[in-house]
Write a protein that binds this ligand. Structure first.
Ligand code: PLP
Length: 391
């Protein structure tokens, strides 16, 4: 039998897209746990710990985590099906591709969506938000994409929430933090957030397949006082809340089988994040440093960032325009040849003009891996080669 100490990952290219990301050996090993019953006394406390440690990652004491089999997208369905009723208004702050998809999801469940759209490379201005909230329309929720993975734009979730609380205190603030949980600081209680939704495979450094959503007690109360039943079966909090409560209390309840092995993997990842050698604060600092390193290298190489200002640029990823005369076909295969996998463009309006690098999780927290240096070196070499070829 292999033990954790003998465990080694198969050779592979360095995966530095904005998720899925590289996962630690401990996490991959935990995923290989022998099959267990989802109601086994050995498994119950593992699930319970995941619920508790998820709160720690977001600095919340009282919010309610939901850990449900599915991808990040399921978080949108949960919000749409549990917090918004037919015909109610939702305000979507758009800083890239994911704003459009969240809107699409909300409309699927019958929400009336208004979108505030920032220019490409910017976050929505607080003054625009303020103006809209004062327009007289009553919004049930405001959604913001914390880091829009299509643009690398970081929105100021703290300030946005402060504006909403000041002007429309009952409106719930929903943060799509799929790409930012564990790579950007999120102070759930201090900022007074209502929903943070994420997924396992990005900053949390776990294989894909787990929807991770955290809801404030205010959001839970809004859910409980719905007039109509939740508009989804699988995503219904009516079904899942008792399950989360049971696991946390050390007993089991069944609605739909949880992804047992993935919960073991997530548990290992959370232990590294909140019980590891580095504190959460150190972890966020390391993400900032890695980000600065990649962004400065890019600048040196003459590459322009998508985000227009430094304080609106994510720390867990970097989005860069290709230089004049070069395309994805010139750069990405040359990075691949150097065993570095980055992502192409995603924002429809500029899809072919830029690419994206993820620098999150173990790649930046475990300095011994040298992943950030590997990225920078590969980028230098690939660009140099591409420029020579095209000259
Ligand atoms: C990746 C991502 C999603 C979607 O998550 P999936 O796990 O692909 O379903 C949603 N929002 C943001 C900001 C993302 O980065």
């Amino acid at each position: 039998m292999t033990t954790k100490d003998e465990f080694k990952q198969a050779p592979h290219k360095l995966l530095v897209i904005p998720g899925p990301i590289e996962v630690a050996d401990e996490v991959l090993f935990a995923n290989a746990h022998p099959s267990m019953s989802h109601v086994s006394p050995d498994f119950i406390p593992v699930f319970g710990d995941c619920v508790r440690m998820t709160r720690e990652v977001l600095y919340t004491k009282t919010a309610q985590p939901f850990l449900i089999s599915g991808s990040g997208t399921l978080g949108w369905d949960q919000v749409a099906a549990n917090l918004v009723e037919q015909g109610e208004n939702a305000l979507v702050l758009h800083s890239g591709y994911f704003g459009d998809s969240f809107q699409d999801c909300l409309e699927t469940y019958g929400a009336k969506v208004t979108q505030l759209k920032a220019p490409i490379g910017r976050a929505v201005a607080l003054s625009e938000l303020e103006k809209e909230l004062k327009s007289g329309k009553k919004y049930k929720i405001v959604t913001v994409t914390h880091v829009d993975t299509s643009t690398g734009v970081l929105s100021n979730a703290k300030e946005i929430t402060a504006v909403v609380r000041r002007i429309s205190p009952e409106t719930l603030v929903v943060v799509d933090a799929v790409c930012s949980v564990a790579s950007e600081e999120i102070l759930f209680d201090d900022w007074d957030l209502d929903v943070v939704l994420s997924a396992s495979q990005k900053g949390l450094g776990t294989p894909p397949g787990l929807s991770i959503l955290v809801a404030s007690q205010r959001a839970i109360d809004v859910f409980k006082s719905r007039k109509s039943p939740p508009s989804s079966y699988y995503a219904s909090w009516k079904k899942w809340l008792p399950i989360m409560n049971a696991y946390e209390a050390g007993t089991a309840a069944y609605f739909a089988t949880p992804p047992v092995n993935l919960i073991y993997a997530y548990h290992a990842a959370l232990k590294l994040i909140v019980r590891g050698e580095k504190t959460l604060e150190e972890r966020f600092k390391l993400h900032k440093e890695a980000s600065r390193q990649v962004k400065e290298a890019a600048k040196r190489l003459g590459l322009k960032q998508l985000p227009e200002t430094d304080d609106e640029a994510a720390n867990g990823m970097t989005a860069l325009y290709f230089p004049e005369g070069l395309t994805a076909g010139d750069i990405l295969p040359r990075l691949g040849k150097r065993d570095v996998v980055v992502a192409g463009g995603l924002h429809a309006a500029i899809k072919d003009k830029y690419f994206r690098i993820g620098h999150m999780g173990v790649s930046v927290v475990d300095g011994q891996r040298g992943d950030v240096n590997t990225i920078v070196r590969a980028l230098e070499e690939a660009l140099k080669e591409a420029r020579t070829k095209s000259a």
